[in-house]
Design a protein. Structure first.
Length: 252
C-alpha cells in the first residue's frame, strides 16, 4: 500500500548482520546481543522444545532479560542445531517497544552449499504499526532479504571492506513488474496480486506513506520538520542540580 516502499525498508532496517554480534542494532537503537560475550549474566535461557531433522536435533531455546537486570534487552527464540551446534533460526524483538511502533528481527541460517560453514541465507524484519489502523485493523509490514551466491573466505582487499549496508536505488520504485518478477523468489498467485491491488487503494486513501514516514521518525526519536529533523531527546533535560531544562536539537 506504499508508493515508496523504501520508507518501510528504512524504518525496519537493521545494521546488524550477525546474531552472534555483542550488540544488535534495530531501527538505530542498540541492544545487547543474546549470545554475545557475558550474555548469560544478563539473559535467562530456557529450553522450550526439541525438534528432529534427520539424524540431527534442533533445540528451541527462549531468552529474555534476567529478573532484576536493567539494560536495553531483547527477547525471542534461538533454534540451535546439533549439526555443529550452530544457530539455525534466530528471532529477536525489543522487550520494550516504542509506543505504536514495534519491530521484530528473524535470521535463518544454513550450511553454504549444504556442507560448508553455517551462514545467514534469509533475513526477515517485521514492522508493527499499531497506531495506524484501517477499519479497526492494525497494519504490519514484512521485509525479506534473500542472500545468494555466498562465498566464504574470499580474498578481499582491506580497503574494500566496509561492512553490510542498506542501499536504496532511487529509481527502484519505477521499475517495471517484469524486472521484479525476474528477481522474486516466490511467485504471486491471483489472490496475492488482488490483495496488492486492494492494499494499494487503501494505502492511497489512508495516506500510508506519510504515516509510515512519521512513525519511523518517531520510533528513532526524530520528528521530521521540512528539510530537518527535530531531535526529541533534546527537548527536555533533567539533572539533580538544575532540575528540568528545555533545549532543542536539529539534524539533517
Amino acid at each position: 500500500g506504499l508508493k515508496d516502499p523504501s520508507l518501510l525498508a528504512l524504518a525496519a532496517s537493521t545494521k546488524t548482520f550477525s546474531i552472534y554480534a555483542p550488540q544488535i542494532v534495530l531501527s538505530e537503537k542498540t541492544y545487547m546481543g543474546p549470545i554475545g560475550p557475558a550474555s548469560t549474566k544478563h539473559y535467562l535461557f530456557l529450553l522450550e522444545d526439541t525438534l528432529y531433522q534427520g539424524s540431527d536435533s534442533v533445540f528451541v531455546i527462549s531468552y529474555r532479560p534476567r529478573s532484576g537486570t536493567k539494560f536495553e534487552g531483547l527477547k525471542g527464540l534461538l533454534y540451535v542445531s546439533t549439526d555443529g551446534y550452530a544457530i539455525q533460526n534466530a528471532i529477536a524483538e525489543p522487550v520494550e517497544q516504542e509506543g505504536g511502533f514495534g519491530l521484530k528481527l528473524q535470521q535463518l541460517h544454513a550450511r553454504v552449499n549444504g556442507t560448508g560453514p553455517w551462514f545467514p541465507h534469509q533475513l526477515n524484519t517485521f514492522l508493527f504499526l499499531d497506531m495506524v489502523q484501517v477499519e479497526e485493523m492494525r497494519l504490519m509490514g514484512i521485509g525479506r532479504t534473500y542472500l545468494k551466491d555466498i562465498a566464504v573466505d574470499v580474498e578481499i582487499p582491506r580497503r574494500e571492506v566496509r561492512g553490510p549496508e542498506l542501499v536504496m536505488e532511487r529509481l527502484s520504485t519505477r521499475r517495471e513488474e517484469a524486472f521484479w518478477d525476474s528477481l522474486r523468489v516466490d511467485t504471486l498467485d491471483l489472490r496475492e496480486r488482488t490483495t496488492y491491488q486492494v492494499i494499494d487503494s487503501i494505502g492511497e486513501a489512508e495516506k500510508l506513506d506519510a504515516k509510515v514516514k512519521w512513525l519511523g521518525a518517531l520510533g528513532n526519536g526524530r520528528l521530521p520538520l521540512g528539510p530537518v529533523d527535530l531531535l526529541l531527546d533534546k527537548l527536555i533535560w533533567y539533572d539533580g542540580y538544575q532540575g528540568f531544562r528545555l533545549g532543542a536539537g536539529l539534524a539533517t
